[in-house]
Design a protein around this ligand. Sequence first.
Ligand code: ZN
Length: 323
Amino acid sequence: MPETNIDVEAHVKAMVGREYGRVYAWDPVNQPMIRQWCEAMGNKSVLYHDSAFAAQSVHGGQVAPPTMLQAWTLAGVNGETPPGSSAVNPYEAVDFLTNNGFPVNVAVNAEQEYFRYLRLGESLCFTSMLESVSDLKKTALGTGYFVTNLMTFMTTEGEKVGTMRFRLFVYRPHQAADGATAETQAEAPAQPAPRRPHPGVSDDTRFFWDGLKQGRLLIQKCSACGQLRHPPAPCCPDCHSFAWETLPASGRGVIHSFVVVHHPQVAGIEAPNPVLLVELEEGTRLVAGLVGIERSEIRIGMPVQAEFLRVDEELVVPVFRPI
Ligand code: ZN
């Protein structure tokens, strides 16, 4: 193991520019995957559901939602890729850092660019390149490097159809950063418990947080067309009206989807913590926490009821309890 950050940094930066070969898609662009993806995402666009409509559209036939770009080339659940795919790990820089003092990583962001719509029957693949490794950065999570991989998606004939920049922060968490041992930590003076971070509240979202303090779950409703929207925004995405009112939700809904967050751990929130996407009976969806059930018992479709959790004197958040 290299002894200093400088050795690690020089080694990993020397990897920048490395290219990794093709990984193929298991299946060509196909209607069943489009249907299932649209169902999961709540995308009801007729373009993706009605082949007769698609044939009459500017596309002249069935196309896939551009944001499915990466879905076509994802590996199997155990990481299996189709025959002919490159077996070289495009994340070797991340693995190197992980094994050399930066053991934790978290996905930071992904940026996709689409060059054209994909049509049914097209076979895709992608290549990767290690685009950049940042200088050593100190963040609230710890100290480490931002590592960016550029994936280029193309047809098997080689026509580029889109890209994705995927950025990870590979880091050493704060508690291990200065070599502190359990003993030295025990000697440190008692600190007040860290406060849970507060959401950024703006003039567009204040009604929602104020409503929670009054025990009301308020959903924004377009005054012109009646469409509900959450999270709050100044303009209706359907009719572009700026006029809006609020609808007090019943708080009843079902678990549409959920994740259990292990990393990154956030001060003031117990980990691992379940995060729900709840479909409210009024028809819109909301991200919130869950109480009153073991994690292993959480099921999609489970009916839930909103409660109001007072975090501190300034913040109340919605949480849901199975009913
Ligand atoms: Zn509207």
